[in-house]
Each structure stands twice: as C-alpha cells, then as structure tokens.
Design a protein around this ligand. Structure first.
Ligand code: UT7
Length: 327
C-alpha cells in the first residue's frame, strides 16, 4: 500500500486587516476584552476583488512551488470550505485557475474541521492507489457571513486560505487519525439557510431565501472543544502508537488562545510546542490549520521529520485529529 507524504505548503496573503480597536467602533467591545478572552489582536479580511477561489488558488500555487510539483501533475484537488463562491462548489474554479487540467476537483464541507477531514480523505485516495499527487486546500471567507453587529461572534473570525501538497511515498507519514461528528449538537454553531414559501401554483410552494449570519453558543462550543479535542488527539496518537511526548508540535484549529492553552495543558504539551497565529489572524475556519502550518514551515520552526498533532473542531459539530510527519 502506498504511503502519504506532505511535501509542500502555501497560504494566501490578505493585506487588509481589522484591528480590535477598529472593531470597537462597530460593536460594544474593547481591545482588552478581545485579547484577554481570545488572544486575537487583528484579523485579515478578503478584499472586494478577492474570491474564495482566487485565495485558494494563491495558497495552492505556493504549496505547489514549495513541493516543486507542476499543476498538470495534480490528480485531485480537495477544497475544504464553508464559504464557496458558488454553492455548486468552488474547487473546479480553482482547478481552472491553476491550470491543473488532469485533476478531479470537488469541495468538502466540515466547517473548522474541514482541513483535517480533507487531509485524511485525500490520504485514503493515495493509500488506495487511485491518485499519487493531491492538493488539499482549506479556505474560508467567513466575513461574508458574519453579523458585524453581533459582538459575540464578529470579534472572532477572519478570512484566509492555506494549502498542502500530498504525494504517494514508500513511507507513510500520516501516522494516525480519528474523525468524529455529533449532529445532536448542531444548534451550537450555525450558518443556516432561512426561507419563506414562494407559491408556484395553488398546490405547490418552493422555499426561497438565503443563509442567515453565523450564530454561536460560545460557552457550549468552548466546553465541547476543551473536553473533546484532547480526547480525539489521544485516540489518534494511540492509533499512531505514539504519546504526547513524541510530538514536536501541537497544531490546533485557531479558535481561541484559551482553548489552545487548555488543550495543551490537558495533554501536558509545553507552550513552546504549541503553534499559534491567533493574535494575527483570529479564527479563519478551514484555513486556520494549513495557514498556521505554512507560517511555521516558512519561519523554519517546523523542520522535515517533525511530528505534528493537528486537530480541527467546529460546526456540525465535527472534530478530528491527524498525526503526521512533515516533509
Ligand atoms: O471555530 C469554531 C469554534 N468556535 C469556538 O471554539 C468558540 C468557542 N468559544 C469561545 O471562544 C468563547 O466562548 C468566546 C470567546 C466566544 C466568549 O468568551 P467567554 O469567556 O465564553 O465569554 P461569555 O460568552 O461567557 O461572555 C462573558 C461576558 C458576557 O457578559 P455578561 O453576560 O457576563 O454581562 C458577554 O455579553 O462577555 C460579554 N461579551 C463581550 N464583551 C465585550 C461577549 N462578547 C463580548 C465582546 N466584547 N466582544
């Protein structure tokens, strides 16, 4: 059975930023509250001319360049996103923009767990021998669906995109994983379709509407994250026949610095082994893990051979962990 290697990473550069101070002019909040409760100092926002697809393609191009892989060699593009430009999917637009003419491309939706779910999904295609070169992209423009008058949510989110290239290899560097869903907790975090009936004739009506902005029960999602994320990482580590002592980096979905700290403490991982770009980016949903990964790789913090315990969690509710070696 072929193994899986992660051979390149990339991310999109979004120059527009929104500081906590600027947010305090939009809603009743302060820089002090946001920093002390979340660790976030600013978030990046997509520009008017950016599309989800163009940000995803930018991240993908960087990842391909690092991996020294031509776009024509890619056989599968998995785009993890909850904010496509088109409800039919945005992955094909990314395929076209990259010129990845041989690749089959589709979207995968699992909110903030999307990147981990897509990484594991892509690895199964490689292990099965179906594809040997795959692009996995996590990208979200949550600013489109944020209620900018709701201080409970608008201070948390930012926009971003990150990508990795996976290739078939002799040694399998995806060491273990565990994925979970619990739809009974769905109401805690939602971006729901809301509609009113539009009659077609006397007997029939269709439901016409749009998506309502994000709503979240922050306290419940917080409790869920700090209890279930350590558990899922331990299960993935067990499958990899490793313990937390064996990992070089803890790479969590960047939702809240307090969640990162609490999970690290439960797992007894020291703070210097926890990757965080919370202060600069906030929560970028499916983009947060590949974005933090790419920044750490380019900064020389993550080195080839390092073992990384990644975990995503969020709407669905969904959560999951993948343990892998870089490079
Ligand atoms: O990516 C998906 C995963 N999402 C998450 O993981 C989010 C998980 N949840 C959290 O990170 C935290 O629950 C939040 C950061 C959302 C909120 O922090 P908290 O410490 O749980 O605050 P809270 O909701 O318990 O609210 C405490 C107080 C409330 O006031 P009262 O009722 O005590 O008077 C809120 O109204 O803080 C108030 N508050 C704010 N104050 C200033 C809530 N948001 C703000 C705000 N600025 N932006």
């Amino acid at each position: 059975m072929p193994g899986v290697s992660l051979v390149g990473s990339g991310s999109a550069c979004l120059s527009a930023t929104l500081s906590n101070e600027a947010l305090s002019h939009l809603v009743d909040t302060t820089d002090e509250w946001i920093v002390s409760r979340t660790g976030i100092r600013q978030r990046h926002l997509a520009a008017a001319e950016d599309s989800l697809g163009s940000l995803a393609a930018q991240a993908a191009r960087q990842a391909l360049a690092m991996a020294q892989v031509e776009a024509e060699a890619v056989q599968l593009i998995l785009l993890a996103t909850s904010t496509p430009d088109d409800l039919f999917g945005s992955a094909c637009q990314v395929q076209a923009e990259l010129g990845a003419t041989r690749a089959v491309a589709f979207d995968l939706t699992a909110a903030c767990s999307g990147f981990v779910f897509a990484l594991v999904t892509a690895a199964q295609y490689i292990r099965a021998g179906a594809f040997d070169t795959v692009l996995v992209i996590g990208a979200d423009v949550l600013s489109r669906w944020t209620d900018w008058g709701d201080r409970n949510t608008c201070v948390l989110f930012g926009d971003g995109a990150g990508a990795v290239v996976l290739q078939a290899s002799d040694r399998d560097r995806l060491l273990g994983f565990e994925l979970c869903s619990d739809g009974t907790l769905n109401s805690y975090l939602k971006l729901p379709y809301q509609a009113t009936p539009e009659p077609l004739n006397a007997d029939l009506a269709v439901q016409k509407g749009t998506f309502a902005p994000i709503t979240m029960n922050g306290r419940e999602v917080y409790k869920f994250a700090v209890s279930r994320v350590p558990e899922v990482i331990e299960k993935a580590l067990f499958r990899a026949d490793l313990t937390t002592q064996d990992i070089d980096w803890l790479l969590l979905h960047q939702a809240n610095q307090r969640i990162l700290d609490a999970v690290a403490e439960r797992l007894q991982v020291s703070p210097e082994r926890v990757l965080s770009n919370m202060a600069d980016h906030g929560n970028t949903s499916a983009a947060s893990i590949p974005l933090a990964l790419d920044e750490a790789v380019r900064a020389g913090r993550i080195q080839p051979g390092d073992t990384i315990a990644a975990a995503g969690f969020g709407a669905g509710l969904t959560w999951g962990s993948a343990i892998f070696q870089w490079g």
